[in-house]
Design a protein around this ligand. Structure first.
Ligand SMILES: [Zn+2]
Length: 70
């Protein structure tokens, strides 16, 4: 569950987009970070439902904080 590949993209308005790699097919699913809540489910096009825990969201938020601090 904690082995998800998570990244955060910041646009020019400093909005964060969460990028999660599907563990089944490797497809990258994007979602606005600020609209996500713990236990959100991101459906992949392959049918996999990727569950995001509180831990995943905290990791994404710390990536976001690091990115805008640069
Ligand atoms: Zn997939």
């Amino acid at each position: 569950m904690s082995g998800l590949n998570i990244d955060v993209n910041i646009d020019k308005h400093l909005n964060a987009t969460l990028v999660v790699e599907c563990p089944e097919c490797g497809h990258e699913i994007t979602h606005h970070l600020k609209t996500l809540t713990p236990d959100s489910i991101l459906p992949c096009t392959c049918g996999t439902r990727i569950g995001l825990s509180d831990q995943h969201l905290r990791r994404a938020q710390s990536l976001h904080t690091q990115s805008i601090a640069r």
